[in-house]
Design a protein around this ligand. Structure first.
Ligand code: ADP
Ligand code: MG
Length: 700
């Protein structure tokens, strides 16, 4: 059976070299097995017949049994004609069947008065029901009750041009399933399929194409989704268990002078209870002898940076170096600034290493890392390059995990004899089921509390035609001593237009607010100019900061209480949430105003509504995942942990993710070394899957 599944698709009856090429290039199908796993995207119930009076223009698919009364031909151009067949079913009503192509063929092949079943998508044309390019079969040739649910397969334009449409693929899958007579190999042990009442793999793979009814289809889908998710989880947990046994972690037994000095003499405020709890969790990990791999989640402004810094100080206390890694240069610079401010007056050597640090300065830093005098390194991905060597790297903080997968994390380990402790911080909270898949090998800490005195930001949606009254409110706020952000979108694909937009907008705003001073900042400015403008706003010399999303992760100005986001329809949910996080940092009531055009798509409207409803980053992340699907989320590919999911959807199948996780956990707990005969089937299957996925190579 296995060899049959690996058989070249070309040899399937009905394929041949030309179609093989199409299937290869357009759908990536090269073998029998690939076709078997090319699942339909929907099914249409073909056991039901409609009568013409029942039909409306918005039904998806219908079939009607009846006969053709007459044909009519309309000339459209010298060489094109439209052919219409008038069709009736004994209800007394008539519908039309229309061909824009192949009308001649239809006239020759379908006889007037003969009984047919026509099938297609109805629309209304000239007040009459019409089906364009229907499927037509002789009524006596079709056994409807045996047809059940008909599968629909995605095909591309190119394929359709060659006559390779959903119906052709249907014929191919039918042929294939007939050839595959022996049962398809099972991949899950009976104790799991029994316990969870799952279909056998053989049954599921057949029924997913040809179910008798909707219920059967659902059971087939559940079985196949579970299987996918289960092996992803099994792999993650196997990986984590391996790491645990393979690597010892540095033991940081001391919380010493540096940490205590900072805590007593330099910390400008009280830690929140959540911050204290998380620091305790981290300390415990770092003292355990096991390498820490921890994900720190916390909403924008919850104070993650400080937690990271204090954890790094523990590394320093134990004679190790620490490193913090940010996804962009701007963010790295900001971390440097924040951390330098916190550490002001303490004797700690901090250095910044990004792609733009070159020549002599770079060499100095590299030397300092190698001789151990640079104690804290702040940088971008530049720090994982091989040329960067540490004397004793004990702890790494990764900010914004999204762009930093397992493979990259693994690379850090080459930098010291034992792997450093790793703390991963995300500013955008990740929904549980996604975290379980993307970062399933990490332990999780959550800062679920904001520093005291923060009032929730009030969020409002206005249309751009109400800008004048919005300007009045802004004026009002500034007269009360507040400062205001006005954000323009800047999307890479339309960068030029967007920048022009910002320049023009800035001109308009200087005219609208002649009595105030404005700063302007965008990503294309020289760092020094950008910095100077930002500083003016930070010092309160300007009242309005006009910017692109560079401020998304940027400045901290507690006096700024209004965030205006223009063309908010162009921003994603998590971006909007991040931007909103820039205000509400002081004691005053803050506002976030989302300005959009009048016409909004349904999805955009949902995004705006959710923003107005809640400040809860976790709820926003859930909604974001549902709206966009996990495929879009940055890092899904880079995570290196998930197989290419064919049928499961992490956003919608949360419950199955949890079930898969639980089952996989039981097995790993029972057989941490993954050697037991009892699970041989699973270990074998895992190996097979790992072979077919390139991502996997990077981590093992
Ligand atoms: P995050 O990175 O989680 O978005 P930050 O670490 O940037 O949040 O912290 C947001 C702001 O809150 C910073 O100005 C920080 O100095 C301040 N902050 C952090 N912890 C506290 C605290 N316990 N009390 C008051 N302010 C705090
Ligand atoms: Mg931060």
């Amino acid at each position: 059976m296995q060899s049959l599944l690996q058989q070249d698709i070309q040899f399937l009856p009905g394929v041949g070299p030309q179609r093989k090429k199409m299937l290869n290039e357009e759908l990536g199908i090269t073998s029998y097995g690939d076709l078997l796993q090319y699942f339909p995207y929907k099914h249409v119930d073909r056991s039901r017949l409609y009568s013409i009076p029942e039909l409306t223009g918005d039904m998806p698919f219908v079939q009607v049994k009846g006969h053709i009364l007459s044909f009519e031909t309309f000339k459209m151009s010298a060489r094109k004609e439209r052919v219409v067949a008038h069709f009736t079913d004994g209800s007394g009503k008539v519908m039309d069947l229309t061909w824009f192509n192949g009308g001649k063929y239809a006239k020759q092949n379908y006889a007037i008065g003969k009984e047919y079943i026509v099938f297609g998508r109805p629309n209304v044309f000239n007040g009459r029901i019409n089906v364009t390019h229907p499927d037509i079969d002789a009524a006596d040739k079709l056994n409807l009750s045996a047809m059940g649910m008909q599968p629909y397969y995605n095909t591309t334009e190119k394929m359709k041009k060659m006559g390779l449409n959903s119906r052709s693929i249907e014929r191919l899958t039918k042929t294939l399933l007939d050839i595959l007579k022996a049962p398809l190999p099972e991949t899950l042990p009976a104790f799991i399929t029994d316990k969870l009442h799952l279909m056998s793999r053989d049954e599921a793979l057949r029924k997913i194409h040809y179910p008798q009814n909707a219920k059967e289809l659902e059971r087939a889908r559940v079985r196949l989704k579970f299987e996918e998710l289960f092996f992803v989880q099994l792999n993650i947990l196997r990986y984590a268990s391996d790491q645990r046994r393979k690597y010892r972690g540095y033991i940081f037994s001391k919380v010493g002078d540096i940490f205590n000095d900072f805590y007593r003499n330099h910390l400008p405020f009280q830690l929140t209870e959540a911050q204290k709890r998380v620091i305790r969790e981290i300390r415990k990990d770092m003292g355990s002898g096991r390498q820490m791999n921890r994900l720190l989640q916390g909403d924008v402004g919850s104070g993650k940076t400080l937690v990271a810094l204090m954890s790094m100080l523990i590394a320093l206390d134990n004679g190790y170096q620490a490193c913090i890694m940010a996804p962009t240069e701007i963010l790295a610079e900001q971390h440097l600034q924040t951390i330098m401010e916190f550490l002001h007056g303490m004797d700690i050597r901090v250095a910044l290493l990004t792609g733009i640090v070159k020549g002599k300065r770079r060499q100095e830093i590299l030397d300092g890392l190698l001789d151990g005098t640079v104690q804290i390194l702040i940088g971008t991905h530049a720090v994982i390059e091989d040329t960067v060597q540490f004397a004793r790297l004990g702890m790494v903080v990764v900010d914004e995990q999204h762009r930093f997968g397992v493979a990259q994390r693994a690379k850090l380990w080459n930098k010291s004899t034992n792997p450093p402790h790793v703390l991963v911080m995300t500013a955008t909270p990740i929904p549980r089921t996604l975290a379980m898949t993307l970062y399933g090998d990490l332990d999780v800490s959550v800062i679920n509390e904001l520093p005291p005195g923060r009032k929730p930001v009030v969020t409002q949606h206005v249309y751009d035609r109400s800008l004048p009254s919005l300007y009045d409110s802004i004026r009002n706020q500034i007269h009360q001593g507040r400062q205001v952000y006005i954000v323009f979108p800047l999307i890479e694909e339309s960068e030029k237009i967007d920048l022009k937009n910002l320049e023009d907008g800035f001109e308009v705003l200087t005219q609208v607010f002649p009595e105030f001073r404005l700063s302007k900042v965008h990503g294309k400015m020289k760092p020094a100019d950008k910095e100077a403008e930002m500083q003016k706003f930070v010092r309160g010399e300007t009242q309005i900061l006009v910017a692109t999303t560079v401020i998304e992760v940027g400045v901290n100005v507690p006096n700024a209480s209004v965030m205006v986001i223009l063309e908010a329809q162009r921003f994603g949910l998590s971006q909007l949430h991040q931007l909103r996080g820039r205000v509400g940092r002081g004691a005053d009531q803050s506002y976030c105003v989302l300005v959009t055009c009048y016409e909004l798509s349904a999805d955009t409207r949902k995004r705006i509504d959710i923003m107005c409803e809640t400040n809860d980053g976790f709820r926003i992340a859930e909604a974001d995942l549902k709206l966009r699907g996990p495929g879009d989320l940055e890092g899904t590919q880079q995570s290196g942990m998930a197989f290419d999911l064919k049928i499961a959807d992490i956003a919608r199948d949360g419950q199955l993710v949890q079930m898969a996780r639980d089952e996989a956990q039981l097995i790993i707990d029972d057989d941490p070394e993954c050697v037991s005969e009892r699970y041989a089937l699973l270990w074998h299957r895992l190996k097979e899957l790992r072979k077919t996925n390139i991502n996997w190579g990077a981590i093992s």
